[in-house]
Design a protein around this ligand. Structure first.
Ligand code: BYC
Length: 316
């Protein structure tokens, strides 16, 4: 019997058909190398963002204004750690090793979300991270629930459930501040002034400048473009700022009746690329802290490996 093997082009065509038919790609399915590589890049950077994102909020655990707030924040930061772990596991199903991903982060070859290179100066900043940063993350992650790679899509479904709680706890912190004293209202407004633009940057460069978008959209890794997601976020967030009685720091922000969307001003892209290239306010501090935590945890990893080896030897 003659064995018939599909050519590379036939495999690619069958892969694209499967994606177009909205069937998920699973770890053992054939996939183009570039699809695998692009996914490992995006998922590992997403995981790093969750883990590095624990730092700016962790900064306030010891200073939360009440025991209740402290417990909520502690649980939230722990959730973010969990999100990082689901995502590293999703990337591992593509053959990436955890050690290599962490090494790439430490060497600056892998990025993490620019937003986490800004400092958390006041308690209102914790409200802003929940309301704006988690709010932006949800807009993006809701669309990623339908991403073409099964393990990433399933991780997103679970993460979105937790993120909506995070977003609400941030909004609730700000409702309390916005209904508080003049000093508390001013603290909330000052935090919004500092977090608004960096939050819009989370969605990445304009579509015309986005290196990966076209291919990622064709493969349905991304379901909406950077600019579409940013617009969704602005449209949903402006009424929430109005409700809080806070002013978004953008003189060009106005409702556009014809488009049925808010128009808004241009992002400072020099600032974005400065932060993304490692020169933001906190980049060095964030990475140094991660390196130290990783080094401090070395003995735990070694002990677990030794335990596992012993268990296997006993079972053999
Ligand atoms: N920051 O071609 P593009 C959270 C990079 S954490 C840094 O448009 P892509 C939370 C981009 O990587 C949730 N870098 O890229 C945690 C690329 O560089 P490389 C974080 C950025 O991938 C704790 C280059 O610029 N969410 O919720 O098609 C507490 C060109 O960009 C950024 C995710 O990670 C940025 N903002 O689109 C609270 C979502 N933007 O890789 C909350 C998953 C772009 O070629 N990721 N770059 O060196 C994505 O959806 C996409 O990767 C992006 C970018 C939309 C972010």
């Amino acid at each position: 019997m003659t064995e018939y093997r599909l050519s590379g082009a036939e495999l690619e065509a069958a892969f694209q058909t499967r994606v177009d038919d909205e069937r998920r790609i699973e770890p053992k399915d054939w996939m183009p190398d570039a699809y695998r590589k692009n996914l490992v890049r995006q998922i590992s950077q997403h995981a790093h963002s969750e883990i590095i994102g624990m730092q700016p909020e962790g900064n306030w655990i010891t200073r939360a204004p009440t025991l209740k707030r402290k417990m909520i924040l502690l649980a939230k930061v722990q959730d973010e750690g969990g999100h990082g772990l689901y995502l590293y596991s999703a990337a591992e199903t593509l053959g990436a090793s955890r050690e290599d991903m962490i090494e790439a982060l430490h060497q600056g070859r892998a990025k993490y979300a620019s937003i986490f290179n800004y400092p958390t100066l006041t308690w209102a900043d914790i409200g802003m991270i929940g309301w704006l940063v988690d709010g932006a993350a949800i807009v993006n992650q809701i669309s990623l629930q339908r991403t073409s790679y099964g393990p990433y899509s399933r991780a997103m479904i679970r993460i979105c459930k937790e993120e909506s709680f995070h977003q609400r706890q941030g909004f609730e912190i700000l409702m309390a501040l916005a209904a508080g004293s003049e000093a508390q209202k001013a603290m909330a407004q000052d935090a919004l002034n500092r977090w608004w633009w960096p939050t819009l940057m989370m969605f990445g460069p304009h579509d015309s400048e986005s290196a990966h978008s076209a291919q990622s959209m064709q493969w349905k890794i991304k379901r909406k473009s950077n600019d579409e997601l940013r617009q969704d976020f602005v449209d949903q967030t402006v009424p929430q700022a109005d409700f809080l009685g806070l002013k978004i720091p953008d003189p060009e922000l106005r409702w556009n009746e014809d488009r049925g969307h808010y128009d808004f001003g241009e992002i400072d892209w020099d600032e974005f690329w400065t932060v993304v290239s490692g020169n933001g306010l906190c980049n060095r501090e964030r990475l140094a802290r991660h390196r130290k935590a990783h080094q401090d945890g070395k003995w735990v990893r070694e002990a677990m490996r030794a335990y596992e080896e012993k268990r296997r030897a006993r079972a053999a």
